[in-house]
Design a binder for this molecule. Structure first.
Ligand code: SF4
Length: 233
C-alpha cells in the first residue's frame, strides 16, 4: 500500500504563504507504490508538481495538479525523512517527477536534487514524466535517469501550436535514456502521423498507451520499433 507524504488538497496546507527560500510547488507526494510503465512493477515514489502547460480533455490528474502549495526544500526533506524515503531511494526505489508539468519547475528541481545529494550523499534514480513542450536544461538532463515522454496528439484537445514542439521532440529523441508514448483513441492511430511522427521528428522505439477505448477505460500497451509513421501509415 502506498504511503502518503503530502496529500492532495490537505486542508492544513492550503493558503500557505510563498517562502522566500528555495521551494517547490507540490500538488501531492507519495511513495511505496509501483511504477506502471516501462519499469512496470518497480517500487516508486511520485512527486507530483503543481501546474501544467497542457489541459488535456482526458487528464485524470487535473483535479490534483491544479491545486497545491509551496514547500521549502527543508520541509520536503523533513517529510521524506518521516517516511524513511531517503533510505528507500538508496535501496532502489525510483523518484518519479510528475505533474502537471515537472519541467515548469526544472530550474528549482535542479537545485532540489543538488540539495538532496548534498544532504543525503547520493543521487536517487530519477524518472521524469514529460509532455514535451519545454526544452530541458543541460543541468536537469544530467540529473534525469529516464525520460518518459508523452507528447499530446489532437485527441487531447490542446491547440497544435501549444502541444507540438518538433525541436523539443527531436532534442528529447536524441537522448539515450528517453522513450515515447502516446494516448490514442483510434485503433489505426492515423492521427499520429501528421502531428508527431512525420519528418522523423521522433526516431526511436515508441510505446503506445491506448486508452478511453470504445469498450471502456481499459488500457493496452504495445511496443513498436523505430519510427511510428513507418509502422502505422
Ligand atoms: S499533460 Fe498530463 S498532466 Fe497535463 S493536462 Fe495533459 S494528461 Fe494532464
Amino acid at each position: 500500500m502506498s504511503l502518503s507524504i503530502i496529500s492532495a488538497w490537505k486542508p492544513e496546507h492550503q493558503n500557505r504563504s510563498r517562502p522566500k527560500t528555495a521551494h517547490l510547488d507540490v500538488a501531492e507526494f507519495f511513495c511505496d507504490t509501483i511504477q506502471g510503465e516501462n519499469f512496470v512493477g518497480w517500487p516508486a515514489a511520485f512527486l507530483r508538481l503543481q501546474f501544467c502547460t497542457m489541459d488535456c480533455v482526458w487528464c485524470d490528474t487535473n483535479e490534483v495538479w491544479r491545486y497545491g502549495n509551496p514547500y521549502t526544500f527543508d520541509e520536503l526533506f523533513k517529510f521524506m525523512d518521516m517516511a524513511s524515503l531517503p533510505e528507500k531511494l538508496h535501496k532502489g526505489q525510483h523518484l518519479v517527477l510528475t505533474g502537471g508539468s515537472p519541467l515548469n519547475q526544472q530550474d528549482r528541481l535542479i537545485k532540489f536534487i543538488d540539495a538532496f545529494i548534498h544532504t543525503y550523499g547520493f543521487k536517487p534514480y530519477i524518472e521524469v514524466e514529460n509532455e514535451c513542450t519545454i526544452s530541458p536544461l543541460p543541468a536537469f538532463i544530467k540529473h534525469v535517469d529516464l525520460w518518459n515522454n508523452s507528447p499530446k496528439l489532437d485527441n487531447s484537445g490542446n491547440l497544435r501550436i501549444v502541444r507540438y514542439q518538433p525541436n523539443i521532440l527531436m532534442e528529447l529523441s536524441k537522448l539515450e535514456n528517453s522513450w515515447f508514448k502516446f494516448v490514442i483513441s483510434d485503433p489505426l492511430t492515423r492521427n499520429l502521423s501528421p502531428s508527431c511522427c512525420s519528418n522523423r521528428v521522433i526516431d526511436k522505439d515508441i510505446g503506445f498507451i491506448i486508452s478511453k477505448w470504445r469498450h471502456g477505460m481499459g488500457r493496452m500497451e504495445k511496443k513498436f520499433s523505430r519510427c511510428a509513421c513507418r509502422k502505422l501509415s
